[in-house]
Each structure stands twice: as structure tokens, then as C-alpha cells.
Design a protein around this ligand. Structure first.
Ligand code: FES
Length: 113
């Protein structure tokens, strides 16, 4: 009997997928459903909200991120991304100039996918 797999069935970790020589096993490669960030020696997990700025999403979830200008100039909103890099759009020009380390993002500029 042939079974159709859905994204939901993969999240539950019941099945693996073979694509050519590549085998994706959900238990070993769990799909990240959160973004973990660190600022001022505190780490936080947030649920990504599509097309929101990381800062706005964090504040809505009562995560007390430090920030000031919201323009990408002061750098106070810089956070280290511990988990969930793949849930963010690539850095914009402002972030590329301000953040030299790829693990750091400006929460006021980083947009969630
Ligand atoms: S709040 Fe100033 S750079 Fe983000």
C-alpha cells in the first residue's frame, strides 16, 4: 500500500523521505519551529511570526529585548541567533555593515520568513 506523506507526518517523526541518495529522517533533523536568541547573557525562545521583524515578534511575546533606534544604527538590538537561522531572511545591507559575525543579527532589521 502506498502512503502519501504530508509535512505534518514528518513533524511527528514517523517517516523518512528518500530523495535520490539523500535520506531525511525527521528524528535526526527536526524541523525548527522556534528561534532561540541571546542578548545580554540571557537567552529566549520565540515562536516565529511570518514577515514580522524579529524585534517586533519578540516584544509581542513579552521578550524584553534591548533596543533604541529601530533604524539599524545604534546596534543595541543585536542578538546572537542560537537556533533557527533558517527561519530568518538573509541579512539586509544595514545588517551586513553592522554585524560582522554571521551568528549575530539586528533584531530591528532581521525579518522572519
Ligand atoms: S534598535 Fe538600533 S540598531 Fe536596532
Amino acid at each position: 500500500m502506498e502512503r502519501k506523506l504530508t509535512v505534518g507526518s514528518l513533524i511527528q517523526g514517523k517517516y523518512s523521505i528518500e530523495v535520490g541518495d539523500l535520506i531525511i529522517e525527521p528524528e535526526k533533523n527536526p524541523i525548527k519551529t522556534f528561534i532561540e536568541i541571546k542578548q545580554n547573557n540571557q537567552s529566549f525562545k520565540l515562536t516565529p511570526a511570518p514577515n514580522e521583524l524579529l524585534l517586533d515578534s519578540a516584544l509581542k511575546q513579552n521578550i524584553p529585548l534591548d533596543y533604541k533606534c529601530r533604524k539599524g544604527t545604534c546596534g543595541r538590538c543585536a542578538v546572537e541567533i542560537l537556533e533557527g537561522h533558517n527561519l530568518l531572511h538573509p541579512p539586509n545591507e544595514i545588517e551586513l555593515k553592522k554585524c560582522r559575525d554571521a551568528n549575530f543579527r539586528l533584531a530591528c532589521q532581521a525579518k522572519i520568513k
